[in-house]
Design a protein around this ligand. Structure first.
Ligand code: CMC
Length: 391
């Protein structure tokens, strides 16, 4: 078997070859299928980017319209899924509910997807994009005790997110175009990020030929953790805490540096980006733009900026190349858009969905072998069994 190379956390191991996303951590470059994240965030919309990630090329207008229509065909979610949601306490975290509901979709869509059959795969993509956004918003409706909403086929995909979340029987929910543009941009920025924790999870679960929904449900669970997608919720809670304690940012920077204190500056640091996170740059500007366009004054934005400044000038953060990541400013935008904090990571999941699907599809089409790492055993050597009365 030969010697085993140990690489905990896979800091230096590539798990696959991929044509989807290019990332240069030293230079702060991120591209989807060769297009820069800056250009995509500026010029494309989320469904266009989803199509690009999953099928490899930007869609023509006709292909895009067809894609959006084909997604609409699948937006009805089985009524029995509502019984499953009703089984959860209202206090359940939306990410836990989302992971379970995504898993439950396997029961209602039992036919295995054949990734080598183009039509089969295309239908599965549309179905997944359709059902996921609906059940994702249902997790919020559940926590509020509101009736569940249905997808509105007269509205676009991103607008439907707001409709599904906020429309009440008392009247339609009106959304500002600037709100939709900001959301669209955030979804694009989250849409893929090569072999991150949740994507690697989706690929490794899928590598046993488990189905698409089952693999994505596992990805949702991986994303939930505060070191990954859960950081966006954790950042906002941290900023609120700093604000409620008098806004002393220096104190929290000190805490983050203290090795005896488990506290970390949430939204700071990245496994791969060692100079800056290009997504954070775009999001910081968007936070300024969105808040001023909507006339929102949020003291948390000022605290975030102060925190960033103090940390960026501090030797601890400088020497470890710790910079704000995608999650540092995104929560401030979500908050300005009226999204509750507990839903932030769900929004990340909606944005990351096309990336997960694209990576699952590529993994299967490339016929990747089952993911099965080795280990270095450090336990006891062989010892004789001890009878119960002698233990
Ligand atoms: N605050 C304080 N110290 C930190 C931080 C932080 N946010 N991040 C890393 N460090 C220190 C860490 O203690 C270690 O110090 P030392 O060398 O003295 O032991 C050093 O920096 C290297 O950190 P690491 O944990 O070995 O690095 P990693 O690549 O394993 O972890 C990370 C990357 C993103 C998990 C980590 O930076 C972190 O926990 N950040 C806070 C959570 C966060 O914002 N996560 C979102 C990541 S981006 C979007 C996403 O993936 O969802």
């Amino acid at each position: 078997t030969g010697a085993i190379t140990l690489d905990p956390g896979y800091k230096n191991s590539g798990s696959c070859k991929s044509e989807i996303t290019f990332l240069d951590g030293e230079e702060g470059i991120l591209r989807y299928r060769g297009y820069s994240i800056e250009e995509l965030a500026d010029k494309a919309d989320f469904l266009e980017v989803s199509y690009l990630l999953i099928f490899g090329e930007l869609p023509t207008q006709k292909q895009l319209d067809q894609f959006e229509n084909d997604i609409r065909k699948y937006t009805l979610v089985s009524e029995e899924m509502k019984n499953i949601i009703d089984g959860f306490p209202r206090t359940a975290h939306p990410m836990g509910v989302l992971s379970s509901l995504t898993s439950a979709l396997t029961a209602f869509n039992p036919k295995a997807v054949n990734p080598h059959n183009e039509k089969d795969m295309y239908d599965a993509v549309c179905k997944t994009m359709a059902k996921f956004i609906v059940i994702a918003t249902w997790t919020y409706r559940k926590t509020m005790g509101f009736p569940l909403n249905y997808y509105d086929n007269t509205k676009g995909y991103v607008e439907n997110f707001m409709h599904l979340m906020f429309e009440l029987p008392t009247g339609p929910y009106k959304t500002d175009k600037r709100v939709l543009d900001a959301l669209d941009k955030l979804f694009i920025l989250h849409a893929d990020h090569e072999q991150n924790c949740s994507t690697s999870t989706v690929r490794i679960v899928g590598s046993s030929h488990a189905g698409l929904f089952a693999s994505i449900a596992a990805g949702v669970s991986a994303l939930w953790g505060p070191l990954h997608g859960g950081a966006n919720q954790a950042v906002l809670e941290m900023l609120e805490e700093i604000h409620n304690n008098g806004g002393d940012v220096a104190k929290y920077v000190l805490k983050a540096k203290d090795k005896d204190d488990p506290f970390r500056l949430m939204g700071f640091g990245h496994r791969v980006y060692k100079n800056f996170d290009p997504r954070a740059k775009i999001i910081k500007k968007a936070a300024d733009d969105v808040l001023s366009a909507l006339g929102v004054q949020d003291p948390l934005l000022d605290i975030a900026k102060q925190l960033e400044q103090v940390a960026l000038e501090d030797d601890y953060f400088k020497s470890r190349n710790l910079y704000p990541n995608v999650d540092f400013y995104s929560g401030i935008i979500y908050r300005a858009l009226g999204i509750p904090t507990e839903m932030f990571t769900v929004l990340f999941a909606i944005g990351r969905l096309p990336g997960w699907i694209a990576q699952w599809k590529e993994m299967r089409i490339n016929k990747e072998p089952i993911g099965r790492p080795r280990q270095v055993y450090t336990g006891s050597p062989l010892r004789p069994f001890v009878e119960k009365d002698k233990r």
